[in-house]
Design a protein around this ligand. Structure first.
Ligand code: PLP
Length: 458
């Protein structure tokens, strides 16, 4: 090390001197955190000097104040999802119903009968709390729940395929959001993948041949996150169920989104319901709890009692089981589905999808008026017709008509505008399309909730 560097290192303040100067911070944050923060700042400065940088001057206390107040904010923060993607995995998927959130809170703050039958004073099973509702709502014989749909598939394949080949159509070998790859999940369970048909066409005979060649399970994956268009064909669930019956090989359908009610009022006309899929003859159906269903993250498995019982006995189930808050929120969400009209009103995912465009338009006009007052002649604010998506890589790529507020700023590029909105006290997440920054209003409860964040009177 050169003398110059040594000189600079020696001129860095001592931790004791800084702590003595930081008495106000010590009162607010406590001595250990202040000492730790100052140590970190000095260590960073040393590294900077050794790397050839200048000696930092004063401003240690200011730097410590900034660092402490930044780390004091919770890492997880509510935000406004104005991306136009209703169920956005990166933004926490479903916003739960009030009833579900309250149930999760009560489960968190109290002892509860998670695995205890209060009437009999005996040990119970956490699945019981939701299994009855699930069978009632889907017509299934039996049900179990795990942490997410990926876990549900892991459990299904590990239990039912038992290391044997599983027949899957090439057209259904999906990849969702980079992290969910059917072939890899299959590999973990020890099952082998028997790819059948071609990407665009698979026939009943392909499945029959796979079973003759040793396939012990038929897996169908609902592929509504992408569309095969043109010269395509694949057997219906009914046709596959007939093959399953004839050969005694179970048919498992991974539905993904998990509609419990008819979704045509939500602008998703082709989404099969769990009940219909079971009625068509699927032996087991798996779905996510936090996509269309609008509940907590969970993997729901419904179907034949014998098959579900085997899954419940699998030791893997213990590692995949849901916690009490999930069970509580799921139960409360499912209860709402007993009355489909109530579900549509109370479950935000459904309400957002079903929201009439005229209402979205009204919110957009009000937001735009507020934004014009806020930006003055610095920006051009317009209300534009837009297209929202159900989202989460699992729902159909159906265009859902929506309305956005678009902003063109005189001094900020679309990217800079996006950053500015993200840095509001409550982050506001929009999107840029065709070089235009926009905030899709489908998921905005009221104009006020956005204008308050911007400090604009509505
Ligand atoms: C989303 C999805 C999954 C994964 O579900 P998670 O609940 O995110 O684990 C699996 N299969 C399909 C068809 C899906 O749409």
């Amino acid at each position: 090390m050169t003398d110059d560097v040594n000189e600079k290192l020696r001129s860095l303040p001592s931790i004791d001197r800084l702590v003595a100067e930081a008495s106000e911070l010590v009162v607010t944050y406590g001595r250990p955190r202040v000492v730790e923060t100052l140590r970190t700042l000095i260590a960073e400065a040393r590294r900077g000097v050794i790397a050839g940088g200048p000696t930092p001057g004063d401003g240690w206390i200011e730097a410590a104040t900034r660092r402490l107040s930044d780390t004091d904010k919770p890492a997880l923060t509510p935000l406004l999802n104005l991306t136009g993607v209703v169920v956005h995995t990166n933004l926490g998927r479903a916003v739960m119903a009030e009833e579900a959130a309250r149930a999760a809170y009560n489960a968190a703050r109290n002892n509860i009968n998670l695995e205890y039958r209060v009437g009999e004073g005996k040990r119970g099973d956490r699945d019981e709390l939701v299994a009855d509702l699930l069978t009632e709502l889907t017509g299934a014989e039996s049900a179990t729940v795990v942490n997410n749909n990926a876990a549900a598939l892991l459990l299904v394949l590990n239990t039912l395929a038992d290391g044997q080949p599983v027949a899957v159509s090439r057209g259904e070998l999906i990849e969702i959001g980079g992290s969910f790859r059917l072939p890899e999940i299959m590999g973990i369970t020890g099952a082998t993948l028997m790819e059948i048909g071609t990407t665009n066409r698979t026939h009943v005979a392909d499945y029959e041949r796979a079973i003759a060649d040793g396939a012990r399970l038929i897996l169908r994956v609902h592929t509504s996150n992408y569309r095969l268009v043109g010269f395509t064909s694949t057997p219906s669930t009914r046709e596959l169920a007939a093959v399953a019956r004839r050969t005694g090989v179970p048919l498992v359908v991974d539905l993904g989104a998990g509609a419990l009610i008819d979704t045509s009022p939500l602008g998703l006309p082709d989404e099969p319901t769990i009940r219909q899929t079971l009625a068509d003859g699927a032996d087991v159906v798996t779905v996510s709890g936090d996509k269309l269903l609008g509940g907590p993250q969970a993997g729901i498995v419904v179907g034949d009692k014998g098959l579900v019982d085997r899954m419940k006995k699998n030791h893997l189930k213990r590692a995949l089981r849901c916690d009490k808050m999930t069970i509580a929120a799921l139960e409360a969400t499912l209860r709402l589905y007993r009355d489909p009209a109530e579900a549509l009103a109370a479950i935000p995912t459904l309400a957002r999808l079903a929201r009439p465009v005229a209402e979205i338009q009204r919110v957009a006009e009000e937001v735009a008026a507020g934004m014009r007052r806020h930006f003055g002649d610095m920006a051009e604010v317009s209300v534009i017709d837009d297209v929202a998506r159900a989202g989460s890589g699992s729902l159909p790529e159906v265009d859902i008509p929506s309305v956005s507020v678009a902003i063109r700023h005189k001094e900020k590029s679309p990217d800079e505008l996006a950053v500015w909105f993200r840095r509001r006290p409550t982050p506001v997440i929009g999107r840029i399309e065709n070089d235009l920054f926009r905030l899709d209003m489908r998921c905005l409860e009221s104009a006020k909730s956005l204008l308050d964040i911007l400090g604009v009177a509505s």
